[in-house]
Design a protein around this ligand. Structure first.
Ligand SMILES: Cc1cc2nc3c(=O)[nH]c(=O)nc-3n(C[C@H](O)[C@H](O)[C@H](O)COP(=O)(O)OP(=O)(O)OC[C@H]3O[C@@H](n4cnc5c(N)ncnc54)[C@H](O)[C@@H]3O)c2cc1C
Length: 323
């Protein structure tokens, strides 16, 4: 079949790869190139954050975890496996996302002295080895994989599903926040995320502190830089970095990791996570007046990278049923 994928973020590219690997002739059409997508702003680590429903999210994430673990062997992919710690400030932390991890250790508060500066509020943590994904490099790797599979990419904004490549037998909508205007989906809500990237003073381990939503904090060392975040401002859509917010992000990160105090700022970025009460991954044939089969795959919130391969497999299976 000829399959047209709308969207060239991490979801669109991954879906295109799985569809092409299944033998379809694939065309991606995207309003903007991958380097300008929300996916390019992602921090990014494997962590199912702000995406629903939990059961499907976990299944998609675990499938992706296996793929990222394999990709970490390829230095060109931008994927690395790194140890790090999720901090816990509650007696009974919710570890739903870690249920199926094999390489993890629960730490008591007293065992965190090598991880963070002394902090009486932190009761414990979970140490695990997870994928860290350098998105610029990884999106380039995905684009190259698409090219190797003969996927054609073109740049154009799609105004309506009717306008999508008339030669396509099936359409995949991987448009992230674009679903709001393309499909009139009012359930898609931006969750604004701001990050600041610092020169890496030699850190290797990631750190995540999300117990207090107003003080969501992460420190993700990549290779030369460290991504510090973050914010999760529901319904906010400004793409301008806010300096007060940045100062608060840096204060939280430096309080936990004093080694960052002198690290120079390299860059800053803002992205709008495509939030939705549930990821929409389903066949929805009623939305194309041309009666073509359509598969929707959007609304991945703060975990689109984390779920990407699991979702792409499921999209490919739905496309296969379109024959
Ligand atoms: C600060 C920040 C940190 C994050 N950290 C992480 C993390 O650590 N781990 C993680 O898993 N996730 C993280 N995320 C979330 C992740 O970035 C998103 O879930 C993911 O990028 C969504 O991918 P997507 O391909 O659906 O959307 P996008 O990357 O937004 O791609 C959508 C594509 O559709 C195209 N498009 C839209 N409308 C149209 C149209 N009408 N016609 C043609 N093309 C169209 C766009 O041009 C774009 O190419 C983070 C996000 C932010 C902002």
């Amino acid at each position: 079949m000829r399959v047209c994928v709308v969207g060239a973020g991490v979801i669109g590219l991954s879906c295109a790869i799985r569809a092409a690997e299944a033998g379809h002739s694939v065309h991606i059409v995207s309003a903007q190139p991958a380097a300008q997508s929300v996916s390019a702003v992602a921090a990014a680590m494997w962590f199912p954050y702000r995406a629903f429903p939990q059961e499907r999210v976990l299944a998609w994430s675990m499938t992706s975890l296996r793929v990222f673990e394999a990709l970490a062997d390829d230095p060109e992919s931008g994927v690395a496996l790194r140890y790090g710690t999720e901090l816990h400030r509650r007696e009974k932390p919710d570890l739903w996302w870690a249920e199926q991890l094999t390489d993890l250790t629960l730490l008591g508060g007293g065992e965190l002295s090598s991880v963070i500066a002394p902090n009486a509020d932190v009761l414990g943590g979970l140490r695990a080895r997870l994928p860290i994904i350098v998105m610029r490099r990884y999106l380039g790797w995905l684009e190259q994989r698409c090219a190797d599979l003969g996927v054609v990419v073109s740049t154009a904004a799609v105004g309506s599903v009717t306008d999508v490549d008339p030669t396509a037998d099936a359409v995949v909508l991987a448009v992230g926040m674009g679903a709001e205007t393309l499909l009139g989906d009012r359930d898609v809500i931006p969750i604004r995320g701001q990050v600041v990237r610092l020169a890496n003073p030699g850190l290797t381990d990631w750190l995540l502190d999300e117990d207090d939503p107003t003080q969501f904090c992460y420190v993700i060392p990549r290779f030369d830089d460290v991504v510090c975040g973050g914010t999760a401002e529901v319904g906010q859509s400004s793409l301008e970095p806010d300096m007060v917010t940045e100062a608060a992000i840096l204060a939280r990160a430096r309080r936990l990791v004093p080694a960052l105090t002198e690290a120079p700022i390299l860059s800053r970025a803002v992205g709008l996570r495509p939030g939705r009460r549930e990821v929409r991954l389903e066949r929805c044939d009623d939305i194309d007046p041309n009666d073509r089969p359509v598969v929707a795959c959007y609304g991945h919130g703060g975990a689109g990278v984390t779920m990407s391969w699991g979702c792409a497999d499921e999209v490919a299976a739905l496309v296969a049923c379109c024959r």
